[in-house]
Every structure is written in C-alpha cells, then in structure tokens.
Ligand binder design. Structure first.
Ligand code: IPM
Ligand code: MN
Length: 353
C-alpha cells in the first residue's frame, strides 16, 4: 500500500517521541512492503514563532493532501502563564480538528497487566479494565460562541441534532464490534444541551436493539470510572466531558504515556497520543514514546493493515515484559532506558521478526 503521512511533531517532547514513532512506522513499511511517504509540517508554539499562526495554511494543505496525519503534541508554558496571549499553541490543534472535520475522537483505555501496580487504583479494581471513550471533538464549548472582558466571560455549549446523531452512531458502531454496551454520558439534569443529547440518543438507540444503552450523568461517570472501571465498554460523550473523562481514564491505566488516540471525520484522520507536550521533559530523553508508537499502530489499523498494527503491539508488549521501559514505569532497580532507547529496541524487534 502507498501511504502519504503528514508528520506534525509540535512542541515540548513532541519531536522526540515523533522520531521514535517514525522509526517504527518506517520499519513496518519496509517489512510489509508499504511505500510510506512522509512530509513534516509546523504546528503549535513552534509554528507561532515561525509564522505567527499555530496551524499555518501550508500545514493545512499538507494534512489535506495526506492519507493520515501523525501528530505528537503542542503547548508551551510561556502561553499557559499568560492569559492575555492573543494566539495560543492549542488553537493550532483545535483549528486542525475543525478544518479537517474530525468530529470523532476515539480514545481506548486499555490496561497492561505488568503495569497495574502503577495504577493509583487497587489491582483488583483495575485488572482487565478495557473500554473506549468516543469523544465528540468539533462542537460544544470548545467551539461555541465565546465572550470575554475584564468583568464577565462565557462559553456556549452549542450542539445541533446532526452533530449529536453522527457521534452517537460512531459510538453504537464501536459497541456493536465490542461487547454491545454503550454508556451515554451527559448532564441532562442541568444542561439543555445534554437534554438534546439524551433525546437524540433515545431515538438512535432504537436502531441498535442488540446494544444495551445506559445513560449516566458525568459526575456519576467520573466516580464510576474509579470505583468500577470494568463496568464500561464504550462511552460516548460531548467534547468537554470527554476531555476530562479521558484524562481520568488514562491515569487509571498506570501511565498517561501509554495511550494513543484516533480522530476521524470528514477529511484526513489524525493519530496522536492523548498526553500533552510535557515541556519540563523536553530534550531530556525521558518521555515515554509508547503512546506515539501505539498511535502508529492505530494508523495502520485504520487502513485495515491488521498484521502491521498487531506487530507493533506485540513489540510494545515485549519491551514492557523485557523491562525496556522509560523511568516513570520502570521497576525498582531496573535499568535506565530513555525515549530513544525504547524506540530503538521496538524498531529492532520489528526488524528482526
Ligand atoms: C486533548 C487536549 C486538548 C483538548 C488541548 C491541548 C486543547 O487536552 O487533546 O485532550 O482539550 O482537547
Ligand atoms: Mn485533554
């Protein structure tokens, strides 16, 4: 297969983990005879410095022209600490989502048995937890009308029926492929937007009689996720709730550095780790490259290249088993491996297979 990949390393640890993701992608390409053409483009703080725009037109064109985008992370403390900044790196990510029409963000929350001890939850609660959160990505408060002056500010949680219906259907399609259990998360006891979600969901539900649908308020869902994460199979929710719940979900697995995600919709799909740019670790060769590498697995799987995805997952599991791990998940007394070393080990494993 021929694949054109737009590569957006972004800021902070982004370029370091991207380098490892690309090594793995190229090794898979060589092994399975795929022609992978990559083109790098600017995004985030880096892009603001060079062009004044966190998602420059050139980058947009490169993305539109590609079969998939591999994205790392954006963000910089110089903007986080300045509420008056006119442009922010995160706007680059939001612009990318909006312009590519990426309304469905798929975030799998999987646990690795050998890392369960790193979870803040008790082993017996978290062992075997495996669910997918489908987050609506181009609507809600992120994109609704905003206002801000020195005395008042608001964000509008705006949703329309078609936006809700299409994301619910993505949720049902995943539920049909998994354990046929969908949890629709909202705040229908307080929010008008949530009541519309619930109304639409109750209609769409009828098209999927095999799926058990339950409706859960977001506060309750946040609690359930730490009390009984195995309850969930597929969660579908709006943009803001999904943002919050997936950070919670990622941390119960033991490390945020392990979870990849896919964003799909109208144009080129994007594959990226769910974690941020961790600026404090930049250049230190300590960031975990696994979420980036697993994002590459999701990319291949998206194109139905299942063996390719499976080999990446096998290599990642082998690295964990062999204790080739970055410091935050290493066992006591275990050897020190950096971002590069973990990436290289996984690449070599794929080459030798
Ligand atoms: C995420 C991130 C982004 C979001 C930020 C960086 C804008 O937290 O992908 O979850 O809030 O969507
Ligand atoms: Mn987030």
């Amino acid at each position: 297969m021929k694949l054109k990949i737009a590569v957006l390393p972004g800021d902070g640890i982004g370029p370091e983990i991207m380098e490892q993701g690309m090594k793995v992608m190229n090794a898979i390409g060589e092994k399975f005879g795929h022609e992978i053409e990559t083109k790098e483009a600017l995004c985030g703080a880096h892009a603001i410095d060079e062009t004044g725009d966190p998602f420059p037109e050139d980058t947009f064109k490169t993305c539109m022209d590609a079969d998939a985008v591999l994205f790392a992370s954006v963000g910089d403390p110089k903007y986080d600490n300045n509420p008056n900044a006119k442009v922010r790196p995160e706007q680059g990510l939001l612009a990318m989502r909006k312009k590519l029409g990426l309304f469905a963000n798929i975030r799998p929350v999987e646990t690795f048995d050998c890392l369960i001890h790193k979870s803040p939850l008790k082993d017996e609660l978290v062992k075997g937890a495996d669910f997918i959160c489908i987050r609506e990505l181009t609507g809600g408060m992120y994109f609704g009308e905003k206002y801000e002056d020195n005395n008042k500010a608001y964000d509008t949680n705006y949703y329309t029926r078609p936006e809700i219906e299409r994301i619910l259907r993505v949720g049902y399609d995943y539920a049909m492929k998994r354990h046929k259990h969908l949890t629709v998360v909202d705040k229908a006891n307080v929010l008008a937007s949530s009541r519309l979600w619930r109304k639409v969901a109750q209609e769409v539900e009828k098209d999927y009689p095999e799926v058990i649908t339950d409706y859960m308020f977001v506060d309750n869902a946040a609690m359930r996720m730490i009390q009984d994460p195995r309850f969930f199979d597929v969660i579908v929710t709006e943009n803001t709730f999904g943002d919050i719940l997936t950070d919670e979900g990622s941390c119960i697995t033991g490390s945020m550095g392990l979870l990849p995600s896919a964003s799909t919709g109208e144009h080129t799909p994007v594959f990226e780790p769910i974690h941020g740019s961790w600026p404090q670790a930049k250049g230190k060769n300590i960031a975990n490259p696994l979420a980036q590498i697993l994002s590459v697995a999701m990319l291949f799987e998206y194109f139905n290249l299942k063996k390719e995805g499976a080999l990446i997952r096998e290599a990642v599991n082998a690295s964990l088993d062999q204790l080739v791990r970055t410091p935050e998940i290493q066992v006591e007394g275990g050897a020190t491996y950096g971002t590069k070393e973990v990436g290289q080990w996984i690449t070599d494993y794929i080459r030798k297979k």
